[in-house]
Write a protein that binds this ligand. Structure first.
Ligand code: ZN
Length: 192
């Protein structure tokens, strides 16, 4: 298991574009799928919905997104190369997000309701995706990773936005002032 977690600086870099789809790229995609499924086996209450290459330390603009995010039985992932947000639309919605690279914490994160995404498939075909709901949120979260942005950046300073899973699998609020405000794992560049 080699998921990169905060405060690793590799999560904070802007990743490089994929210009040629070769064995190296296919290898990265395979590794991403393998690690997502391995992580999930160890996390009873969670589904690994998607992953971005920098979460395994690869400095490439690659994400994988699960076919069916509510079903652990379905282990199919769709790789997307060089995904770009063309446009976001709709109301700002708040919903829970977790991240394999931010252990222990969940956040209630604001995102636009809809997003239009452009990307390439692993075969080099251009695809355009009109996403809403949890898929839009997931794609925006993963594309953020390629630009060195984490969900915690969107809720920095928001006192009631942080949660954790208890041993029953329920999300419970976290004391912001005690656990988050001066947490150098989450916000290593903050001044004291
Ligand atoms: Zn993430």
């Amino acid at each position: 298991m080699k998921i990169v977690t905060t405060p690793d600086p590799r999560l904070r870099t802007k990743c490089k574009k994929v210009n040629h789809i070769d064995d190296e790229i296919r290898q990265i995609v395979d590794d991403m799928i393998k690690n997502s499924l391995e992580w999930e086996k160890k996390h009873e209450f969670e589904v690994s919905a998607a992953l971005a290459a920098p979460q395994l330390g690869y400095d490439r603009r690659i994400i994988i997104v699960r076919d069916d995010m509510d079903n652990k039985e379905n282990a199919n992932f769709v790789p997307l190369l060089n995904p770009e947000v063309i446009k976001t639309e709709g109301k700002t919605l708040y919903d829970f997000e977790g991240c394999l690279s931010v252990p222990n914490y969940y956040g209630k994160v604001p995102r636009p309701a809809k997003a239009r995404i452009k990307a390439q498939t692993i075969d080099g075909q251009e695809v355009r995706i009109k996403a809403d709901g949890f898929l839009a949120r997931t794609l925006l979260h993963e594309i953020d990773h390629l630009n060195g942005i984490l969900f915690i950046d969107h809720i920095k300073g928001v006192k009631n936005a942080f949660f954790r899973l208890n041993d029953k699998g329920d999300l419970v609020p976290v004391d912001y002032d005690k656990e988050i405000a001066n947490n150098k794992d989450l916000y290593p560049d903050d001044e004291d």
